[in-house]
Write a protein that binds this ligand. Structure first.
Ligand SMILES: NC(=O)c1ccc[n+]([C@@H]2O[C@H](COP(=O)([O-])OP(=O)(O)OC[C@H]3O[C@@H](n4cnc5c(N)ncnc54)[C@H](O)[C@@H]3O)[C@@H](O)[C@H]2O)c1
Length: 385
């Protein structure tokens, strides 16, 4: 497989998610970090890019300059990651797709359902891949959960319970802190705050593991810190297309919770429980059996789990390595397209623009239901109804 050229937009010095992308993209040496527009301040972006090893002429000041120059190069990048703030995702992703680049966009993919539908259509029309970084789906044991559900270990899945509840915006004194305030301001963040930021990860995880789509939902959204316009806590009940019942709690005021992404899946024949903060253990309770701990990296796991394991058993493996699985799978999908050969089916589970669109539809459904005292509403994107 030929080494692919990778570009990054956003992820500047001090950003939260930039380092995880660089580690993830770099782990398998399938991608070479070739171009970047890393910062909203052009000089800072150019400087940081060069310190990270980019050639001077490919450490760009802004994404438009990067697009204009890269599209005219013979050795142009194969994939660009968009890791800028949410409100910029649509324009950047659309522009790069239309210019013939594959894109990995951070979540949420867009700000509206209409924009998300546009991205799905553009990706289908151009044939360019648009992946969305639901990076937690790259964890070995998350993929093992999915494999256990698919091979019938749990029987029919009755109930899924997902949480993404942390306590990092619990200080009421932060209400006027500009670094926090914008996150709850509809003019900057759209119709939803906490659900759009974190809840969609939990909902994607429920869909990914059960291989089901959310059809309807009812939401109780609340601003526990009253000056906030948008929700800092939500409880969402939902239904899935093969009959599974869903419960989802997301919060940013849950003091004592750190990251707080967890998933529990309860079937006729057994239950599974996994937490992002202890990602190397999965708890399995077979019906009438005893609670078992499944360790990442141990023998006799599914091929999906084996393939996604990167360090030996007993050594902690965390989020950048989950991102590395997304990047490795993307490298396979892009290389297969370039080489005109079928994609290795084991690599074909990267979240796509369709997942990004489903999330956006769920965000709007949560906002609508929350405003209507929990009315059950359709959560499917119009083009999938
Ligand atoms: N998938 C995940 O698990 C995960 C986790 C955290 C954040 N995110 C997403 O990643 C995105 C970035 O989040 P973050 O927490 O890293 O934000 P951040 O504020 O820490 O960093 C944003 C970076 O983007 C740069 N930037 C802003 N506008 C830009 C522009 N127009 N062109 C180039 N660079 C620009 C900033 O200078 C900064 O370096 C968000 O969409 C967020 O939702 C995803």
């Amino acid at each position: 497989m030929e080494k692919l050229k990778w570009g990054l937009i956003g992820g500047g010095e001090g950003s939260q998610i930039g380092p995880a992308h660089r580690l993830g993209a770099g782990l398998d040496a399938l991608f070479e970090f070739t171009a970047g527009a890393l910062d909203h301040r052009p000089d800072a972006g150019r400087d940081y890019g060069q310190r990270l090893g980019l050639q001077k002429d490919r450490a760009y000041g802004d994404w438009q300059e990067m697009l204009d120059r890269e599209k005219n190069r013979k050795d142009q990048i194969d994939l660009v990651t968009v890791a800028t703030p949410n409100s910029t995702h649509f324009e950047i992703t659309k522009s790069f797709l239309e210019a013939g680049f594959h894109v990995l966009c951070e979540k949420p993919m867009t700000m509206t359902v209409q924009e998300a539908e546009d991205i799905v259509r553009i990706s289908e029309k151009t044939g360019q891949i648009c992946a969305v970084n639901y990076g937690y789906s790259g964890y070995s044991l998350v993929r093992h959960m999915r494999a256990m559900v698919a091979r019938g270990d749990l029987g029919a899945v009755r109930l899924v319970k997902a949480e993404f509840a942390h306590g990092h915006h619990a200080d009421a004194a932060d209400a006027d802190n500009p670094r926090v305030r914008w996150r709850y301001d509809p003019t900057q963040i759209g119709v939803s705050a906490q659900f759009a930021d974190c809840g969609i990860h939990a909902m994607h995880m429920a869909s990914f593991v059960t291989d089901q789509e959310v059809t309807t939902l009812s939401a109780d959204t609340v601003s526990c810190i009253p000056v906030r316009t948008l929700e800092d806590d939500a409880m969402v009940n939902f239904r899935m297309d093969k009959g599974t019942v869903g419960r989802l709690w997301t919060s940013s005021i849950a003091l004592g919770r750190q990251h707080g992404l967890t998933l529990q899946v309860f079937g006729e024949k057994g239950g599974l429980s996994w937490s992002q903060e202890q990602p190397n253990q999965l708890y399995w309770m077979p019906l009438n059996g005893r609670l078992q701990t499944i360790e990442r990296g141990e023998a006799d796991l599914s091929p999906e789990a084996d393939r996604s394991t990167r360090v030996t058993i007993g050594h902690a493996e965390g989020m950048p390595l989950a991102f590395a699985n997304i990047y490795r799978d993307l490298a396979e999908v892009i290389s297969a397209q370039k080489e005109g050969r079928p994609i290795d089916p084991a690599a074909n589970m990267v979240p796509t623009a369709k997942d990004g669109l489903r999330s956006m539809a769920a965000v709007y459904a949560v906002a609508e239901s929350g405003a209507k005292n929990g009315l059950w509403v359709d959560a499917r994107p119009p083009i999938f109804q």
